[in-house]
Design a protein around this ligand. Structure first.
Ligand code: WTA
Length: 674
């Protein structure tokens, strides 16, 4: 058990007994080595993997200081390896061939299967050969738009095996968003599935993918092949089972099918060989592109490269979850986001772990689903988002208490700041008061955890991501770029690279430098506010740019605004975040219609439809209000600060002396919604 003194939860003794890192002294020692002698630290860690060659010194080559020239980051440049080999072949060679790599739990509780390391290797080799037979080569970009099914893992590892670059697009994005991502990365091949169920809702993924392919061809880009996994129409079930609303098979999908482009996954796989020599890749070859929202509205294609990402994914998974052989690990994130890349696929496989991969949603068939899964597979390490915890809290303890959850040891959270109430509920109710809580701060850009407690080692305070992971040097800077030593809020920054950080933005290195390296030359600036308390613990306070974190998904206000103004009756739009008890923040939109047009509930529905069409269903705004005029400075800049106050119904507006026309304020408050 742990104990609570002076605002701290002490490390849990049961976890400490087996932990990789047992005391803060030990943490400080390992941390010190990782900073003072990174060559030794990472050189040693690399011994867990197979490299054809690995340099023995000068692993890092970088420039973080824009004043001295272009920013670049290279790690172990001369190393040669293959990440799919390290995830699979090496595990089979080490005797883990019959160990379960994934328990797959379908949307419906009766729909489940599992796959061992050896079976996964065979599938990956087969699909690698399929990709090759379609002409996919090293460095080609492949788009993946799939549900949480095993074929998604197979597809990404097959790309990695042959040196192709995967660009996974979350299944909640619209055809237009998918098309933009295919165009940006110039993908010729896309992999999808016929459909997926989310609870009782059927999403016709293939038809959305077909629409995206059509939009691409209108933009003069030809997608040559679309490979579709037969998923919702795949298996046959008993009569009883097919009566259930969520159960496969689904018979009336009406797939849009173009015989010049479309191929079934199972047809292509039927005769593919299970042998495929990996493509031996250089360290700094690209492993994947993953798009994340950018403050200009255009998503940024973040690039991760092979060796650095591989070591980072493995090391953070091992230490942050205190992973040991025999654990069953379950991360609820979708592979379409970075958490799924690093902590569903790569980290666990690189460590030879057994994981649960879950297709469904926490509330189907009822609010106990996650705990039913935990008991079914005896999950010991569990990782989810604060928004999921808060929405479960709303339903009280009863759905949780229906299951024992005694196998749980470590509970992780990620995606947004976690409020102390949710942290305590996670620990006391979900974890039966017996688990270590790890609040992990990181980003698509960082590749893996950068601030996090270590279970069994770090004393924790609810709401703080505590201390840096090995190799990370954080500071907090003031507006003027001075290091803040008091407990005042400032900008979180990092003064040197770590192996797993991004290398650039696809096709736009200037934007990479401009976004992350110009605000404070010499530092990587992630865009989050931060406080370092008197004991040295880090507390993330939220975004300091125009991004809004809705249920752990970063959305760009500019992107939502540009979707709204595509409506023919809208002349101007501004979007701000408003605190939300479940989502953390939600979107609150101000819309100015053309002169003389009446603001009606019908227009609100159409505007939500515009956001769904341009971005995707997960980004639909909660509130849209009429704004006959927006508050602006005399130079015409929208005063978002004032809009945020209106959205929160906070009349204390502070200094508004720069506002051009103060009379708009009264109208904005009068038109508030929600
Ligand atoms: C936020 C998700 C506070 C933060 C892995 C960051 C967090 C953004 C935490 C990245 C946390 C993530 N505490 N804030 N533990 N984890 N964030 O790229 O604002 O989808 O910059 O990566 O989420 O979101 P992304």
């Amino acid at each position: 058990m742990d104990s609570y003194t002076d605002g701290y939860f002490s490390p849990n003794e049961d976890v400490t007994r087996v932990a990789h890192c047992k005391t803060m002294e030990e943490y400080k020692e390992i941390y010190g080595e990782s900073i003072n002698d990174p060559d030794k630290f990472w050189g040693n860690y690399a011994k867990n993997f197979y490299f054809k060659t690995f340099p023995d010194k000068n692993l890092f080559d970088y420039n973080f200081d824009i004043r001295k020239g272009d920013v670049y980051i290279k790690f172990a440049e001369d190393a040669i390896t293959n990440i799919s080999y390290n995830c699979l072949d090496l595990k089979v060679e080490n005797g883990l061939g019959d160990v379960v790599a994934f328990y797959w739990e379908g949307n419906d509780p009766l729909d489940c299967t599992s796959i061992t390391y050896k079976q996964l290797l065979d599938e990956v080799c087969k699909f690698s050969n399929v990709l090759k037979s379609l002409g996919v080569k090293k460095e080609d970009k492949v788009a993946i738009y799939m549900p949480m099914i095993l074929e998604l893992v197979v597809a990404m590892l097959a790309c990695a095996r042959i040196g192709a670059v995967h660009s996974i697009v979350f299944g909640g994005f619209s055809a237009e968003s998918l098309c933009n991502r295919i165009l940006d990365a110039s993908c010729d091949v896309i992999i999808t599935a016929d459909g997926m169920y989310r609870g009782t809702k059927l999403v016709k993924l293939k038809n959305i993918a077909s629409e995206a392919v059509k939009l691409c061809s209108e933009a003069n880009h030809k997608v040559t092949t679309c490979i579709t996994v037969k998923h919702v129409t795949a298996k046959s079930f008993s009569d009883e089972e097919t009566k259930r609303p969520s159960m496969r098979p689904c018979l009336d999908l009406q797939l849009s099918w173009n015989k010049d482009v479309d191929r079934w996954w199972h047809d292509l796989m039927a005769n593919a060989s299970t042998t495929c020599e990996p493509e031996w890749m250089k360290s700094e070859d690209t492993l994947f592109i993953l798009y994340t929202s950018g403050s200009t509205g255009k998503p940024k294609g973040i690039l991760h490269h092979i060796t650095g990402y591989m070591l980072w994914a493995s090391a953070t998974h091992k230490y942050t979850f205190d992973y040991h052989p025999g654990d069953v690990y379950f991360c609820t994130a979708d592979i379409g986001w970075i958490t799924g890349h690093t902590y569903v696929t790569y980290g666990p496989l690189l460590n030879g772990a057994t994981s649960v991969i879950f297709e469904g949603v926490p509330y189907f068939p009822d609010q106990s689903r996650l705990w039913a899964i935990v008991d079914k597979y005896q999950v010991s390490k569990f990782y989810t988002a604060p928004t999921a915890i808060r929405s479960l809290m709303k339903h009280g303890e009863e759905p949780v208490k229906k299951y024992k959850r005694t196998s749980l040891q470590v509970l992780g959270t990620v995606g947004e700041p976690i409020n102390p109430e949710a942290w305590l509920w996670y620990r006391n109710v979900i974890g039966n008061g017996k688990c270590s809580i790890v609040d992990t701060f990181w980003q698509t850009e960082t590749g893996g955890h950068v601030l996090t407690p270590l279970p069994g080692c770090t004393p924790t305070k609810p709401g703080s991501a505590t201390f840096p992971f090995f190799g990370i040097v954080p500071s907090v800077l003031s507006d003027e770029g001075k290091e803040i030593t008091s407990s005042d809020e400032g900008y979180l920054v990092f003064n040197k690279p770590w192996p797993g950080m991004m290398r650039t933005i696809h096709g736009d290195h200037k934007r990479f430098e401009g976004t992350y390296f110009t605000r404070f030359p010499g530092y990587y600036v992630p865009g989050d506010g931060c406080i370092r308390d008197k004991d040295g613990l880090f507390w993330i306070t939220g975004r300091i740019d125009d991004m809004i974190n809705v249920s752990g998904h970063l959305l760009s206000t500019a992107e939502v605004e540009s979707s709204l103004i595509t409506h023919h009756l809208v002349s101007e739009a501004a979007v701000v975040g408003r605190p939300d008890p479940i989502k953390g923040e939600c979107l609150y939109c101000f819309v100015t219609l053309l002169d003389g047009v009446e603001f009606t509930p019908g227009i609100v529905i159409e505007l939500k439809g515009k956001v769904r069409e341009h971005i995707g269903g997960f980004s639909i705004p909660d509130y849209i209000q009429s704004a006959p005029a927006l508050p602006k400075t005399r130079s015409g800049k929208i005063m978002r600060r004032v809009l945020r106050n209106v959205a929160r119904d906070n009349h204390d507006l502070g200094d508004i002396s720069t506002m051009a026309d103060e009379s708009v304020i009264g109208v904005l408050f009068a038109n508030r919604v929600g």
